[in-house]
Write a new protein. Structure first.
Length: 190
């Protein structure tokens, strides 16, 4: 049993924010793998189904980014999912726009959603970090993550999302390095 988590903020004004890339990924996974209809449960929008032979739960926490851990903790306690079987999709300003990096464990690098998850379930889970680039001015960090993707970025975000979704089975097999390599290779057209 696995839990896929997409980080973001609820509300129509946030739907296309850089911070909501995790929600976009979960929506695309739900559609591609024909997971169940989203239901409000565990302080989030929950779906379930199978990807290949694995039972999967997917959630978009409705607790706002900074409290994402509360929703995840409730869900993994209820279904008895081990933290090592959690995969979180989220934005990362320290990665160039359009790059994707996956890893198991590690620090939060100041990402409030990841800090919240670490606080509630520890650090032993997988993360798929989608690069949104860094603003040139440090004081614009908060506004950068809450800005919508620009029109010229939309095509790249769609391409990233599609590549991640196609490679979810590789993630589920816990082949993190292979996933990172393949997703970026596909994006670079190699």
């Amino acid at each position: 049993m696995l839990l896929l988590v997409g980080l973001g903020n609820p509300g129509p004004n946030n739907a296309n924010n850089r911070h909501n890339i995790g929600w976009k990924i979960i929506d695309a996974i739900n559609l591609h793998y024909k997971l169940s209809k989203q239901k409000p449960k565990f302080k989030g929008l929950l779906t379930t189904g199978n990807i290949e032979t694995k039972k999967v739960y997917a959630i978009k926490p409705l607790t706002f980014m900074n409290n994402s851990g509360t929703a995840i903790k409730e869900l993994i306690d209820y279904f008895k999912i081990d933290a090592k079987d959690v995969i979180v999709f989220h934005d990362d300003m320290d990665i160039d726009f359009g790059k994707v990096k996956a890893k198991f464990g590690g620090g939060s690098a100041g990402h409030n959603g990841i800090e919240s998850i670490d606080k509630f379930i520890g650090k032993d889970y997988s993360r798929v970090r989608i690069g949104i680039g860094h603003p040139k001015e440090k004081k614009k960090v908060n506004s950068h993550v809450l800005e919508d993707f620009k029109e010229d970025e939309e095509t790249k975000i769609q391409e990233i999302t599609e590549n991640i979704v196609k490679l979810v089975p590789t993630l589920i097999e816990k082949k993190i390095d292979l996933f990172s390599s393949k997703v970026n290779k596909n994006l670079n057209g190699i």
